[in-house]
Design a protein around this ligand. Structure first.
Ligand code: AMP
Length: 574
């Protein structure tokens, strides 16, 4: 697959800088196709699901068109849920980091309309909203359409599922004729095709055409992990399988650097490889990897291309790839030259649906595995040490050591040679950590995700909206701040999602929210589920039965000196 770099896309220099800051190495396949046609001003139907980089695929060309000097509303993006609207607004703001004067406002039901109106009057050029609330504002004339030149429908099929078809049609028919209409949808049901026919002009369809690929014969496992325990799980797998050479893949340069630091910090011989490195550095890393001095090579897809090392024993998908084809390329790095290979994928939250799609596309089997427990790791470490011990006993003269121990045991009445042996083993094994991962959770098969699919559409790789494990209309649930040892996410059906109007921009940390919720309501901090934090908002999961009590307790509470408002996060965003 050909790589398109962001510097080939003739982007505004400020957007290019923002993308570089975000650590993106190259355009994702859908971005490579969609960005140039949108920049030509064409209407576009983009067929892509979450996780493919679709937000930036429409966000970048959108920003290219916005005039920061005009304080008029110039573009609307429609999203099915409040949470998606907030996420999209967040990503667009990150892309607009260096474009001063651009204001992006998410609007959705449930939020105080007066505040939204104030925001809209404040020179907002881009509104990201749920259809119901956008219509409300159009009726009130607090959203004026005259200067809108771009409209985007994100997850159009999901808006259809949620009953927003009419609202979408109403909104589209009120916008100026002279405009660009861009639609992204994972699937193309009839109603969505009709919208394209009625409201778009000669649209270009972009989707990633899938090639027939030969999937290498590699054993493939996957593990469901939480963001905070990813590194720990990777280390356990490294300890358990002890591959001599392995490659770990990340989606961004930034993640490569972070993982390398984490692994080195834990004493692993890891080095990173990505596009920011000079040729000399690359050569140094590669020769160190070839010689075995570096055991783990951490790389982006682009940087790993062209690496030709035969005896890689394991591949880690530390991040799930943005494209199915990348998966095949990645795992093909191992199992070469007739040797056995093994591939481990770490999935967080909704990414499991992406992996299910990959399994389907590749016609392969990705086997679920429970995360090895610390006891497993301890047993394996002990076994390895005992093997070395037996070799020493068989091959070397231990007379001196035997004498030392004999003397000690004679001196200390309470101490046997067995005690000494056990203590030495403990010393050799190093620190034992507290087990922070719940390893008892059964691994679930990717095929079962389909079986439990609610609408039988499967294959769309959407967030958990369509599965047994889904929580309706919640958009992303990758639980960036999901914390371990807390309420198990499998019980998330019993969790209610609460919304707080405060976030990272107010210098609030997840711990502050956790402290306030637990402190004020009296529920144990352990019962609080994931805390997803955005610039100005946070979503918190609490057990459903306590949701009302938490809301009552949080009335008139201040967090970090700021008055906060908390309410139930209803998905529809009306
Ligand atoms: P989306 O499909 O828009 O939900 O994006 C999924 C994730 O991929 C987001 O965290 C994006 O910031 C990230 N992303 C988008 N484009 C790229 C890219 N070209 N390279 C690496 N990560 C990306």
């Amino acid at each position: 697959m050909e790589t398109v770099r962001f510097d080939e896309l003739q982007l505004d220099e400020r957007i290019f800088r923002a993308v570089t800051d975000m650590g993106f190495e190259a355009a994702s396949p859908i971005q490579a196709q969609a960005i140039p046609v949108q920049m030509e001003g064409r209407d576009v139907v983009g067929q892509a699901q979450t996780g493919t980089g679709k937000t930036a695929a429409f966000g970048i060309p959108l920003l290219q068109k916005i005039d920061p000097n005009s304080k008029k509303l110039q573009a609307i993006a429609l999203c099915p849920t409040r949470e998606l609207a907030i996420q999209v607004a967040d990503e667009v703001r990150r892309l607009a980091k260096y474009m001063h004067g651009i204001k992006v406002l998410p609007i959705y039901g449930g939020q105080d309309i007066v505040r939204q109106i104030r925001g809209l009057k404040d020179g907002t050029q881009i509104v990201i909203g749920t259809p119901g609330r956008v219509m409300d504002h159009m009726r009130r004339k607090t959203i004026r359409c005259e200067h809108i030149h771009t409209v985007i429908m994100d997850e159009a099929d999901e808006m259809l599922n949620m009953g927003f078809l009419e609202d979408m049609e109403t909104i589209l028919s009120q916008l100026p004729q002279e405009r660009q209409t861009v639609m992204f949808s994972a699937t193309m049901p009839m109603e969505i095709q009709n919208i394209a026919k009625r409201f778009q002009k000669d649209p270009v369809t972009v989707k990633v055409v899938k090639k027939e690929l030969t999937v290498p014969k590699v054993t493939q496992y996957y593990y469901e992990v939480k963001p905070k325990t990813k590194v720990e799980v990777m280390c356990r797998l490294l300890d358990m399988y002890a591959p001599k050479l392995s490659i770990a893949f990340c989606n961004t340069k930034r993640q490569v650097d972070e993982l390398v630091q984490d692994l080195q910090g834990r004493g692993y011989f890891a080095e990173g490889l990505h596009g920011d490195l000079k040729q000399m550095q690359r050569d140094r890393v590669m020769s160190s990897f070839r010689s075995g001095a570096t055991e783990i090579l951490v790389a982006t897809d682009v940087a790993a291309r062209g690496i030709d090392v035969d005896d890689v024993e394991a591949v880690f998908n530390y991040d799930i790839p943005q494209d199915d084809e990348y998966y095949v390329h990645r795992i093909g790095r191992t199992g070469r030259a007739g040797k056995d290979g093994i591939a481990f994928s770490l999935v967080v939250g909704k990414e499991v649906y992406k992996l299910r799609d990959i399994q389907r596309y590749c016609k392969t089997k990705i086997i679920p595995q429970a995360i090895p427990s610390l006891d497993d790791i301890t047993a394996i470490k002990a076994e390895k040490i005992m093997e070395q011990v037996m070799d020493l006993i068989n091959d070397t003269d231990l007379t001196k050591m035997v004498n030392i121990i004999e003397k000690k045991v004679l001196e200390e009445e309470e101490c046997t040679t067995l005690d000494v042996a056990a203590a030495l083993l403990k010393l050799a094994m190093g620190e034992e950590n507290e087990d922070i991962i719940d390893c008892s959770r059964p691994a679930r098969s990717l095929d079962d995700l389909d079986r439990y699919g609610r609408d039988g559409r499967g294959g769309r790789g959407r967030g958990g909206r369509d599965g047994r494990y889904g929580r309706d209309g919640r958009g992303s649930r990758d639980g960036r701040y999901g914390r371990d040892g807390r309420y198990d996410r499998d019980e998330e059906e019993d969790m209610a999602r609460l919304f707080v109007n405060i976030g990272k921009s107010q210098n609030v940390r997840p711990g502050d929210i956790l402290g306030a919720v637990a402190g004020e309501s009296g529920i144990s901090g352990k019962m609080v589920g994931s805390i997803d934090m955005y610039d100005n908002y946070t979503f918190v999961d609490v057990p459903r039965e306590y949701a009302d009590a938490v809301l009552r307790a949080m009335k008139d509470v201040k967090i970090k000196g700021k008055n906060v408002h908390m309410e139930k996060a209803n998905g529809r965003g009306r």
